[in-house]
Design a binder for this molecule. Sequence first.
Ligand code: GAR
Length: 204
Amino acid sequence: MKTKIAVLVSGGGTNLQALIDAQKAGTLCSGEIALVVSNNAKAYALERARNVGIPTAVLLKKELGGQAGFEKALGETLDSHGIQVIILAGFMSILSGDFTKRYPKRILNVHPSLIPSFCGAGFYGLRVHEAALSYGVKVTGATVHFVNEVPDGGEIIAQKAVDILPGDTPERLQRRVMEQAEWILLPRAAEQVCAAIQNSEEER
Ligand code: GAR
C-alpha cells in the first residue's frame, strides 16, 4: 500500500505541482497524494489539485474559531482520509506543538533558504528572498525538513544551494530557488520518507 500524503497549501502551489508531476513521472511512487488542504479558499493550488482529481478541503481559521479549531478540523480531515504523511508546500501558517507532536517525523516542510539562515517566524515567501538580498549573501537555497514545535527548526532532510546573481530581485531569486532547488528536493524527500515508512511496515 502506498503511503497516503496530504499536501497543505496557501497559494500558487508550484511545489504541489512538482509533487503531482513526480507522481505522474513515477519518481514519487512510494506515496500518493490523497488530499490537498488549503487555509485559503482562493489558492490556485486548489485548482491544480482539482485538475488532476485529487480531493481538496478548505479550512478557514476565522470560521473555525482560531488556531485550536483549525487544528481540530485539520486532524479530523486528515484522519478521515487515512493520511500518514503531511507535506507543507507553501503553507503560510505555523502549526502548534500540540499538533506537530502527533506526527513525529511525519510532517515535511519546504523552506526557501538554507536553514538556519533566514528562517523562523516572519520568514515566509518573498520575505525570505528580500532578507537574503538585503543581507547581501552570495549563496542561498532551499531546505526540506521535518516539522516540530520550533518554526523551521526540525531535523533537516535535504538542502541545495543556489547562487545569488547581480541584479537579482526577490521575485527572480524566488523563481531560481524554486527551479533549481525546491521543485527537485521536495518530491525526492517525499519519496524518501514514504519509502522508509513502507519498508518499516514490511518489516513488521
Ligand atoms: C515557496 O517558495 C515555499 O518554499 C515558500 O513559499 C513559496 C510557495 O510557493 N514557503 C515558505 O516560505 C514557508 N515558510 P508555492 O505555493 O508556489 O509552492
